[in-house]
Design a protein around this ligand. Structure first.
Ligand code: ADP
Ligand code: ZN
Length: 611
């Protein structure tokens, strides 16, 4: 009998297992249950695909997303694996044919939605064949408290009751301790071995920028780092989604909107284009996400503050599933904080629920304003400990300057106080800067001791107020036109018993290329023509077979070809991601193309320099 490692190498073309893959696979092969928590892109699929190939019978995969099944089955077919799905998009004739193949034992992996898996009809079908295993993907859907709750998931124990001898594996990327416990008890997986992997996504570079005019800054970021890449831009409102998509299109990018206000067909079409074409940007509300299994999303940008760290982590997690460098970029300003606080205050949730929301939002703000390592904070939030700063986030790469803001904060607070806590940020800043506007003169606020008292400029004051609000010293009263009010926590600052250090306001210098971009540019220096030729060839293959390009070959595989320049089938077979089947299908063409672009002397010099 073949070993897991043989299958990994021959069928999938990967040299080694990652993380705990091997232990998980062995445990299933031997007939034991498993509960797996692994981050997005960690490689969960192989954990049930390989055991399904090694065990007798069909591996039944419960997956909540019908839209993804086609890609999953296509990707397996590319590796010469017989997979199929049963769902409502198929004609009765297709379903009949698929069922026939299942009963005959021709199918190694079968994808179904939970609703169908629980029908008598389906159980009867299963009764007629051998079952290798049950895999329950996105197992957190079982949790009533999560945002992806699917009631049918709670009944999946029925499968186990019917076929108690079949091993089960439940997998998820988004579960805290409590949700894991819920999965275990709801699915009766108490006897399953737990495999919990770190949440960390080391290939994602986190960058958070403060200040106004986020859209322009985002444009510079995209231009510099992702001129030819796919990405997702998240906005809070439908209107902003539309505007931003138009704005990017006017500037020459292929950008498409996605939000719940668009009709179903348009949404499906935009999603399809995003998956199937290169260099498309989707501008979306959070309606876009679940089920986007595109491995080569190179950046996720937020033009608003996400409402909590879970959302931020889940949304940014859609970048770089293939493990290649990717960017999570975000812009926010004073108005965003005020708006978020406002939404929270106006929500009609009950008090206790509101307190939880509020607490989560504070954690998000704290994360944005902090000057230490972002990754350490993120992981800490998920109860994980990263001993050293990561070196792959903005604060690690370019530690922010801080300054003693005690005096300036005191001026700002006392100005709020002296103007009666009745005015918004702009007004208070005008007073502090000594701008004799009509309203200020009418209110006699030009007579105040805080009039024209500071020597900061507008941007510096705005940055200071943003941080005072983010840190909870001040709040903007929405029932009162955003008038700034003081919280009790101001006291120690005002009476001089507390010092305050804040992030220095950074003038908008030229956006530097981030680490992700640097990593990519070095790889591509001199290799660009070959990379582009390979990409073109891949697009052509994808078009012929009506599948997304990443189903044919991943970017990572193309990069490796550029770097290693294989000249023989044997050398090509060594490249990660090229198994026996792909070698047979595409090998000759890939080698022919590679030979058309011989490595130049300049490349080798650069290669040496970059090592
Ligand atoms: P998940 O479901 O955990 O988000 P996937 O199963 O889609 O992740 O795997 C993410 C990517 O990693 C896929 O392209 C997959 O082929 C690749 N992968 C998985 N295991 C390995 C491995 N051992 N070596 C190299 N690549 C792997
Ligand atoms: Zn860091």
């Amino acid at each position: 009998m073949s070993q897991p490692l043989d299958i990994l190498r021959s069928r999938f073309g990967y040299p080694q297992f990652r993380f705990q893959q091997q232990a998980i696979i062995e445990s299933l092969v031997e007939g034991r249950d498993a509960l797996v928590l692994m981050p997005t892109g960690g490689g969960k699929s192989l954990c049930y695909q390989i055991p399904a190939l090694l065990r007798d019978g069909v591996g039944v995969v419960i997956s909540p997303l019908i839209a993804l099944m086609q890609d999953q089955v296509d990707a397996l077919a590319q590796n010469g694996i017989n997979a199929a799905f049963l769902n409502s998009t198929q004609s009765p004739q297709q379903q009949f044919e698929t069922r026939r193949r299942i009963v005959k034992g021709d199918i190694d992996l079968l994808y179904v939605a939970p609703e169908r898996a629980l029908t008598d009809d389906f159980l009867q079908l299963l009764g007629e064949c051998r079952i290798a295993l049950f895999a329950i993907d996105e197992a957190h859907c079982v949790s009533q408290w999560g945002h992806d709750f699917r009631p049918d998931y709670q009944n999946l124990t029925r499968l186990h009751e019917h076929f108690p001898q079949v091993p089960r594996i439940a997998l998820t990327a988004t579960a805290d301790r409590r949700t894991l416990g819920e999965i275990e008890s709801q699915l009766h997986l108490q006897g399953a071995q737990r495999f919990v992997h770190s949440f960390d996504r080391p290939n994602i570079f986190y960058r958070i920028t403060q200040g106004d005019n986020g859209r322009q800054r985002m444009w510079e970021f995209i231009q510099q780092n992702h001129a030819g890449d796919s990405g997702i831009v998240y906005c809070l409102s439908r209107k902003k989604v539309e505007e931003t998509a138009n704005w990017l299109s006017e500037r020459g990018r292929h950008a498409l909107p996605y939000h719940a206000g668009l009709d179903k067909n348009t949404r499906a079409e935009h999603q399809r284009i995003f998956l199937q074409q290169e260099a498309v940007i989707i501008v979306a509300t959070i309606a876009f996400g679940m089920g986007i299994d595109k491995p080569d999303v190179r950046f996720v940008a937020h033009l608003n503050l996400p409402k909590n760290i879970e959302s931020y982590y889940q949304e940014t997690g859609r970048a770089g599933r293939d493990g290649e460098p990717a960017n999570a970029w975000m812009a926010y300003g004073l108005q965003d904080i005020i708006k978020l606080r406002q939404m929270m205050a106006q929500s009609d949730a009950d008090e206790q629920f509101k307190r939880v929301l509020h607490h989560k939002m504070e954690a998000m703000l704290g994360f944005c304003e902090q000057s230490g390592c972002r990754r350490q904070t993120l992981l800490e939030y998920f109860d994980e400990n990263l001993a050293q700063p990561c070196g792959n986030c903005d604060n690690c790469a370019e530690p922010p300057q801080t300054w003693d803001a005690t005096e300036a904060a005191r001026m700002a607070l006392s100005c709020v106080y002296r103007t009666g806590q009745r005015f918004g940020v702009n007004y208070v800043i005008d007073v502090l800067m000594g701008n004799s506007r009509d309203r200020i003169v009418q209110n006699r606020h030009d007579q105040l001791s805080t009039f024209g008292i500071g020597d900061l400029d507008t941007n510096e004051w705005r940055s200071l107020f943003r941080q005072l609000i983010a840190l909870g010293y001040l709040f903007a009263d929405i029932d009162n036109y955003g008038a700034l009010k003081m919280n009790p926590s101001c006291k120690p600052l005002l009476n001089g018993s507390q010092q305050l250090r804040l992030r220095q306001f950074v003038k908008q210098r030229k956006v530097r290329k981030t680490a992700a971009a640097r990593a990519r540019v070095t790889l591509q220096a001199g290799d660009t023509p070959l990379f582009e030729a390979l990409r073109l060839h891949r697009s052509e293959l994808a078009r012929q077979q009506s599948v997304p390009p990443f189903v044919i070959l991943h970017d990572k595989t193309l990069h490796a070809i550029c770097e290693l320049r294989p000249q023989t089938t044997e050398q090509l077979g060594e490249i990660p991601g090229i198994g026996a089947r792909k070698l047979e299908l595409y090998g000759d063409d890939l080698i022919r193309i590679t030979q058309q672009f011989p490595a130049t002397a300049a490349d080798s010099v650069e290669d040496v320099e970059n090592r």
